[in-house]
Design a protein around this ligand. Structure first.
Ligand code: MN
Length: 186
């Protein structure tokens, strides 16, 4: 699926947090106009915008994926990939579990694609485990090369990124949160 309608629950999340559009804009760094457009389904947010919203509300990303966060099958727990236009594809592998403080995605990079991520909430740690293709992870300002079967753990509350070589790549991306999100309203 594409990313149309992935933040259907943004209005609910904002209401649960008791924030006006102005306060939500202050907390997330996303403009009031843009938040309003997303809530009304008039604009499809980029992955970068979704992460800003997650950080501002101290929520895991799966809390914002709305429709996409529902499994295709209740039995196997398989989720559809959300393809962000001109950007990465993200599939939930394990949705956020407040007891574990963790969520896992499968991320797909097109050949030669580079994706930079702004710092997540304080204390967030990420792990990348390469499934397919050659890729590099930007950690502490340097690109680290990884092959399938190799993993890397890094502090994700600072700038980081992922880029594939000509093969394209697919990797598991685990996010570990500290207590900030453990109070997630559900
Ligand atoms: Mn990240």
């Amino acid at each position: 699926m594409n990313n149309d309608g992935i933040t259907l629950n943004l209005r609910e999340i904002r209401a649960a947090a008791g924030l006006s559009l102005s306060k939500a804009a202050e907390a997330t760094g996303v403009s009031k106009a843009m938040l309003g457009q997303i809530e009304r389904g008039e604009s499809s947010p980029t992955i970068a915008t979704l992460w800003k919203i997650a950080k501002g509300f101290h929520l895991p990303l799966t809390a914002l994926l709305g429709e996409a966060a529902r499994p295709v099958s209740e039995v196997t727990g398989v989720y559809e990939t959300v393809q962000f236009p001109g950007s990465i594809g993200v599939k939930i592998v394990f949705p956020f579990d407040p007891l574990l403080g963790a969520e896992t995605f499968q991320v797909t990079l097109k050949p030669g694609q580079s994706h930079q991520s702004q710092p997540h909430d304080t204390g967030v740690t990420e792990e990348v485990y390469v499934l397919q293709g050659s890729m590099e992870v930007l950690r502490d300002g340097a690109w680290v090369a990884l092959e399938p079967g190799q993993g890397l753990r890094f502090a994700a509350d600072q700038p980081h990124g992922y880029r594939s070589l000509e093969t394209g790549a697919s990797f598991l991306n685990m996010h570990h949160y500290r207590q900030a999100v453990l109070t997630q309203r559900d």
